[in-house]
Structure formats: structure tokens, C-alpha cells
Design a protein around this ligand. Structure first.
Ligand code: OGA
Ligand code: MN
Length: 298
């Protein structure tokens, strides 16, 4: 049996008595049950390899493939193997990225509250970060419980939100960190069209409802833009109150995974003169949150 130590009563749990390098179906079933009850799981002192991380992640479903709308480096040289996101401030040779490096800019967008890949028609189900180098100052990752945020809304506030559909756009957050709008060619835009997502979701395993928000939201269909902005900002502020959030301070060997269907997260600023190196394996959800044949009646 694995050990499950709640870090917060309902949201974050620390999992022990497990060797992530040697998983079995039975052990995974216990981890999955904890994942479906909590939404963020923390494992300490599990310095797994890339292969082991991918193998663990794939227990949760299908690995997400992400075509990059921007060539990151000439020849697309990578610091880590294919199949995972490089969440680091290092280049392919392990050297610190320069301030103007495109990869730095793209990772900076992780500092806005979001949930992963809501800018894709089928968003992410689960993300798993492993830490190889941690920042001596800052660089925490914060998580918000979107089920608790939903539960805390008065019924009169909840009702009008049911059925709303938001538009999410990858480029909104990239423009917010200073991406040159001129660099978004039609070809790049075509790799990442804006997509619809429901605003309220129900968790398939536990039936709990949650807000489904991200800084990628550009509008809400059928609502005027100013009112939509106000609503999304207000809900985001509500959902990210300290009562609903947890801050993870990284140590080398930590593995943290979260349920993107019912959480938001953001990275915190850190001392960029020091290496911070993590890898993310991401598992796709089973399908879109809004049916493929959905069209907004203009
Ligand atoms: C991510 C992410 C935040 C961080 O990997 O999806 O948002 O703290 N990371 O690096
Ligand atoms: Mn993220």
C-alpha cells in the first residue's frame, strides 16, 4: 500500500511508500484513486529518468503531442528528449538562456494562472513535472483548486455560469509576455487557432464541478467583450484566493502531478542567473470539452 498524507484536507496529498521507477498496475490504481480524490499529488526523492517519467505518465492516458508554433532553436535542438516539455531556463547545451531567447519568453507565460493546453481543442488531462535543478530563490509553483472555488460560489452566482463557453487562445498569454505580434504569421496562427472550452466542467471520476479558467481566455461567446473580461477576471481572483491555493517549494527529485481538469497553476518568478530545470510530461484528455460540431450562433 502506498501512503497518502494530505497536505491540505481535500486538494494536495503527498504520496509515499512507492518507487516510481518500478510501478505496477496495482500501485498505479492506488495512485489514480488519490489523483481522483485530491487533484495535486507530490512525491519526494524520486529522481526518475526521462523514460521512467514517460512510462509513469502514460498510465494516465495518451501522451500529448504539441506542434510548436515557433521554431525554438535552429534545427530544433533539444535539451531533453522528444515527448516532453522543457520547463527550464537552459539551452540544449545546459547553458542559461539569454534574456531575449524565444524559449525564455514562451516559458514566461507559465507565470500567469492557467491550466495546461486549454488552447487546444482537446486539452490536457494530467501534467507531471519533475525537478532536476531548483532555484535557490523563488520558482515555486502554485496551484488553485477550481472545485473548491466553484463550491464556494453562492448558488445565484453559479447558475448563470452553467453552459457558458469561452474562447481560449495560445497567443493571448504569449503577447502578454512580449511576443512580437508581427511574428505570428498566418502559418503560425494556423498551428494554434483559438478554440472553445466550457467554463464549468464536471469531473468524470468524482462528479465534482469546477470552474475551467485560464489566462488564455479571450472572450465568452454571446457576451460583450468588456463584460466577459470582467467576469473572467473576477472568477480568476475568486479562485486564486489563498484559501483555495497551495504553493509548492521544489526540491531536486520532486515529482508533482496535477489534474488539469479541475485546477489552475502558475510558476513564480525566480533568480534567472541560476539554473532551474524541470521536465513536463503531459497527458491529453479523452476529447474536447465542447463537441467538435459546435458552432457559435453569431
Ligand atoms: C508547466 C508550468 C510552472 C512552473 O510546466 O505547465 O506551468 O512553475 N510550470 O514552471
Ligand atoms: Mn502549465
Amino acid at each position: 500500500m502506498i501512503s497518502i498524507k494530505p497536505v491540505t484536507p481535500e486538494f494536495v496529498a503527498e504520496i509515499g511508500d512507492v518507487d516510481l521507477a518500478r510501478l505496477t498496475d496495482a500501485v498505479f490504481a492506488e495512485i489514480e484513486a488519490a489523483f481522483n480524490r485530491y487533484a495535486v499529488l507530490v512525491f519526494h526523492r524520486q529522481p526518475i529518468s526521462e523514460e521512467q517519467q514517460l512510462a509513469f505518465a502514460k498510465y494516465f492516458g495518451e501522451l500529448e503531442f504539441s506542434p510548436q508554433p515557433f521554431v525554438q532553436t535552429p534545427g530544433d535542438k533539444r535539451r531533453i528528449g522528444v515527448g516532453m516539455q522543457d520547463i527550464s531556463n537552459l539551452d540544449e547545451n545546459g547553458k542559461l538562456l539569454t534574456h531575449t531567447d524565444n524559449r525564455r519568453l514562451i516559458n514566461l507565460a507559465n507565470q500567469f494562472w492557467h491550466t495546461d493546453s486549454t488552447f487546444k481543442r482537446t486539452p490536457a488531462k494530467m501534467s507531471m513535472l519533475t525537478a532536476q535543478s531548483v532555484s535557490p530563490t523563488g520558482g515555486e509553483t502554485e496551484f488553485a483548486d477550481m472545485r473548491a472555488a466553484w463550491d464556494a460560489l453562492p448558488a445565484a452566482r453559479r447558475e448563470p455560469l452553467e453552459g457558458l463557453i469561452a474562447e481560449h487562445d495560445y497567443f493571448r498569454t504569449r503577447l502578454m509576455v512580449g511576443l512580437d505580434p508581427e511574428s505570428i504569421s498566418p502559418e503560425r496562427r494556423a498551428l494554434r487557432p483559438a478554440v472553445p472550452q466550457v467554463l464549468i466542467r464536471t469531473h468524470p471520476a468524482n462528479g465534482r464541478k469546477s470552474l475551467y479558467l485560464a489566462s488564455h481566455i479571450t472572450k465568452i461567446y454571446g457576451m460583450d467583450d468588456a463584460a466577459a473580461r470582467r467576469l473572467v477576471d473576477e472568477l480568476t481572483e475568486h479562485a486564486t484566493q489563498p484559501a483555495f491555493t497551495y504553493q509548492h517549494h521544489w526540491a531536486v527529485g520532486d515529482v508533482v502531478l496535477w489534474d488539469n481538469r479541475c485546477t489552475m497553476h502558475r510558476g513564480r518568478p525566480f533568480d534567472e542567473s541560476q539554473p532551474r530545470a524541470m521536465r513536463r510530461a503531459t497527458i491529453s484528455d479523452v476529447g474536447p470539452t465542447v463537441p467538435e460540431n459546435w458552432h457559435h450562433a453569431a
